[in-house]
Design a protein around this ligand. Structure first.
Ligand SMILES: [Zn+2]
Length: 217
């Protein structure tokens, strides 16, 4: 069983590193959907995340509502974002999480990226309450194959992450990046101009291979 933790809206000058400390301590990875214009606030943290095996996706240049833009505006946003990702990481992200989950057909078919939303929304931005975030995930049922939405810009989310990472591991989940989840758990490919959304993660998880029977005594 696998889960992908995702952290949006960073990087944050303090909290991104604190989240990475927690992941590192537990040998776990996550995916960070960064707002490109925030990259200069914590470029070292983003490079550290990539070095740790975390995945860095784009969350647009300035948290734009891409679903309300035409192709020219979408591509301008992406070019501005890519320039900063290139500067900080030496690469451009394969994954795009559109802010607000807002997208239109143009974005889905012409961005050249794999568009990824989520399947478990912790609403950490709304409650800013670590206990509520933790309880929400703990009570969300079977999390195998799920993508959990968090934000790397709240102290409460760092506190929730500190509880959730060891709890998820204790429950037997492997913490993987979004691309790893798609490839290893769904046996699928991460393809450009394709959308991996709520329905995908929620309802298309393949059954796990049958447990190997214990050896006879
Ligand atoms: Zn966002």
């Amino acid at each position: 069983p696998m889960v992908a933790l995702t952290f949006d809206d960073g990087p944050h000058a303090v909290y991104t590193d604190q989240i990475l400390d927690i992941l590192e301590e537990h040998g776990a990875v996550a995916t960070f959907f960064e707002v490109a214009r925030n990259l200069p606030k914590a470029p070292e943290a983003v490079r550290r995340a990539a070095d740790m095996g975390c995945e860095i996706g784009s969350h647009s240049y300035r948290h734009a509502n891409l679903g309300k833009m035409d192709q020219a505006a979408q591509q301008a946003d992406q070019a501005a974002a890519d320039a900063l990702f290139q500067e900080v990481l030496g690469t451009t992200p394969a994954l795009l999480r559109p802010p607000y989950g807002s997208m239109n057909k143009t974005l889905k078919t012409t961005s050249g990226r794999s568009i990824v939303t989520w399947s478990i929304d912790t609403e950490d931005w709304r409650s800013k309450d670590a206990d509520k975030v933790v309880t929400g995930v703990e009570n969300a049922g079977n999390l195998d194959g799920q993508v959990i939405l968090l934000h790397s810009i709240y102290e409460s989310t760092v506190a929730a992450t500190e509880v959730l990472v060891p709890w998820l591991l204790e429950q037997g989940y492997q913490l993987v990046t979004v691309s790893e989840l798609i490839q290893l758990r769904f046996g699928d490919q991460v393809e450009p101009n394709r959308t991996y959304n709520y329905d995908y993660f929620r309802f298309q998880v393949p059954p796990l291979p049958a447990e190997t029977a214990p050896a006879a005594a």
